[in-house]
Design a protein around this ligand. Sequence first.
Ligand SMILES: Nc1ncnc2c1ncn2[C@@H]1O[C@H](COP(=O)(O)OP(=O)(O)OP(=O)(O)O)[C@@H](O)[C@H]1O
Ligand SMILES: [Mg+2]
Length: 233
Amino acid sequence: MRNPVLEIHDLAKTFRLHVQGGIEIPVFDGIDLALHPGECLALVGASGAGKSTLMRSIYANYHANGGRILVQHRGTVVDMVGAEPRTILDIRRRTMGYVSQFLRVVPRVATEEIVAEPLRMTGVEAAAATDRARALLARLAIPERLWSLAPATFSGGEQQRVNIARGFIAGYPILLLDEPTASLDAANRRIVIELILEAKARGTAVIGIFHDREVRDAIADRLFDLKPGELAA
Ligand SMILES: Nc1ncnc2c1ncn2[C@@H]1O[C@H](COP(=O)(O)OP(=O)(O)OP(=O)(O)O)[C@@H](O)[C@H]1O
Ligand SMILES: [Mg+2]
């Protein structure tokens, strides 16, 4: 088997609420996992178990308190815990994508440009990136009349599909998906399942939270069960 693209050792996260008397909220401790190219790991566990916190820690949105998050990046291995901010930005540009549950809407930027941006950031020329964005938007059944508009006024499901298009366009080796199908109808869910399966077939490693059983059964190779507070003894 090829080397893992992502390896987590003994990862710990505790929130400290400085404005509330320094109260500590231990979320997890001792997390170990490895992810290989083309694999999909589904995070499961009760609400509040720490699934989103684990994803945000992997993306270095949250700073882990202990452990290592080793990522294969441009032929080297980088530890996201303690990496330089510019290294983290480069990893987010080249290696690891993150589809959050909600689109962060940038006012006045056209949908097709929002979707094309991650591909442009990898060095693809603007017109080619926009063409690719349009193809993805069409595939995700976003009506063509909306492509030149900012997505602020789009429906929840439309915004979620724009977010998915943005997450998939650059073909990152690692993809983090936080409930990518939560607001979608059955037909659009099928399209997203196809996109994920195609990405896996190209070698993308996926970690996701999929509450929908149909989605999870279709794409996950393994489950990773997070138990609230239990690990953080
Ligand atoms: N920024 C934060 N500051 C303080 N506590 C937080 C923060 N983010 C999450 N928590 C706490 O960490 C715990 C795990 O939250 P998290 O959002 O990771 O759960 P989850 O498994 O994703 O739940 P859900 O299925 O409801 O999305 C919760 O107890 C939550 O209150
Ligand atoms: Mg969550």
